[in-house]
Design a protein around this ligand. Structure first.
Ligand SMILES: *[C@@H]1O[C@H](CO)[C@@H](O)[C@H](O)[C@H]1NC(C)=O
Ligand SMILES: *[C@@H]1O[C@H](CO)[C@@H](O)[C@H](O)[C@H]1NC(C)=O
Ligand SMILES: *[C@@H]1O[C@H](CO)[C@@H](O)[C@H](O)[C@H]1NC(C)=O
Length: 370
């Protein structure tokens, strides 16, 4: 009897140890996962392997308070708001957008025509009457996957081959430009329309890192064609040792982007690749197209469920978990990137991107300008 009891306790003790070790290991593993994710935060693809994007049972989704990201101080409440609370934030953004569109002194920066370039950016989900304007570097791949599944070409997100996500001839997610003028007008005036933005300068840093430094998608034209063209035109010193071999510097990039008149000609040479750095106004024509919602990357945890709900698809899909911290605005990083760059060049850059700052309510980066 006593012996059996002792065995019992020993077994219990052993179980306790195993549990403790397991807890430690899981903690360590999830920490690693965030780390890896953070590595890719600069890129636009956020696919976390095994994340189930489309859930058959989304009922519990809305209440999920989960781990909240510490937020940008600008316009976000500190407690986790519900989808209903977030609606007023989202509505204020749309109101701000429309009032800034009316400001005539910003007209040049905010108004663009609904050209083929813009219609190429907009993806169509006819089944649920949704239009999505693609803006790189804010987790767009996930939204595209959601819409591809909703359109019915694939049953789940996992079954979409990576090679097809961006192949709009085959993935069942057509561009708005592929429709007839009348069909385009109809969709623009009746569908739910949205896109996602982030702090304009942080976005440029992200584009620079992703295309000219890391280039993880093996797109050689950024380093081999576009960078040398920018360097030739915008690098101050043309010494041999300092030339293209060292790669594009952020300073060259900033001078190019801020050169309102000069960049048009070279932008045309670069074709569609400029989508990574032209203004959101140029990409999505937000003053001409009356968008229903504009999500912010910095508050994606609130915006993603809000948008799904406002678009009427929250019962069908959910956005994958966003690891805490990765969408947060990082002022230190912005300061570092701009630290060696002249005020004059930064002010010119701001002059070019001011429309985006104002339209979407991002505070002007006074810490860089003054
Ligand atoms: C319009 O924009 C200009 C330039 O940024 C600004 O000075 C002005 O206050 C704005 N006007 C209104 C009505 O917001
Ligand atoms: C807007 O653009 C026009 C034509 O390019 C130019 O003449 C005008 O000075 C610009 N206005 C502002 C406020 O930049
Ligand atoms: C912000 O950026 C700096 C510099 O790139 C980096 O060292 C730091 O870890 C970042 N902070 C956060 C919270 O990601």
């Amino acid at each position: 009897m006593g012996e059996a009891m002792r065995h019992h306790w020993l077994l219990l003790g052993a179980c306790g140890w195993v549990l403790l070790i397991l807890m430690f290991v899981t903690k360590f593993m999830s920490f690693r996962a965030i780390d890896d994710y953070g590595e890719r935060a600069g890129g636009q693809s956020w696919t976390v392997p095994g994340t189930k994007l489309v859930k058959p049972n989304p009922a519990s989704r809305l209440e999920k308070p989960a781990t909240r990201t510490a937020l940008n101080p600008s316009d976000q409440p500190s407690a986790a708001p519900s989808v209903a609370d977030w609606q007023s934030v989202a509505e204020r953004r749309v109101e701000l957008l429309s009032s800034v569109c009316k400001n005539s002194s910003l007209r040049n920066l905010t108004h663009v025509s609904i050209s083929k370039f813009v219609l190429d950016r907009v993806f169509v989900c006819d089944k649920h009457k949704i239009l999505f304007c693609q803006t790189p570097k804010v987790g767009n791949t996930q939204w595209k996957k959601v819409l591809i599944v909703l359109n019915g070409a694939f049953p789940t997100v996992e079954e979409i081959p990576e090679s097809l996500v961006h192949d709009h001839e085959k993935n069942g997610l057509p561009r708005l430009s592929s429709f007839k003028p009348q069909e385009i007008t109809h969709r623009l005036s009746t569908y739910f329309k949205f896109f996602i933005v982030r702090d304009p300068f942080e976005r440029l840093i992200s584009a620079f890192k992703d295309k000219f430094v890391k280039n993880p998608r093996f797109e050689p034209w950024y380093k081999h064609d576009i960078a040398p063209a920018i360097i030739r035109k915008y690098r101050k010193s043309h010494r041999e040792s300092d030339s293209a071999a060292s790669g594009l510097h952020f300073e060259d990039f900033v001078r190019y982007l801020g050169d309102v008149d000069g960049r048009h000609r070279i932008d045309r040479q670069f074709g569609e690749h400029i989508i990574h750095w032209v203004t959101y106004a140029d990409l999505c024509a937000p003053c001409e197209i009356h968008y229903s919602a504009v999500g912010h990357h910095e508050t994606l945890e609130q915006d993603a469920p809000y948008i799904l709900s406002a678009a009427g698809i929250d019962q069908l899909v959910s956005y994958p978990a966003i690891p805490p911290g990765i969408t947060r605005y990082n002022r230190t990083k912005v300061e570092q990137y701009f630290s060696g760059i002249s005020k004059r060049d930064i002010r010119r850059l701001y002059a070019r991107y001011q429309g985006d700052f104002r339209l979407f309510g991002y505070p002007s980066p006074d810490f860089l300008l003054n």
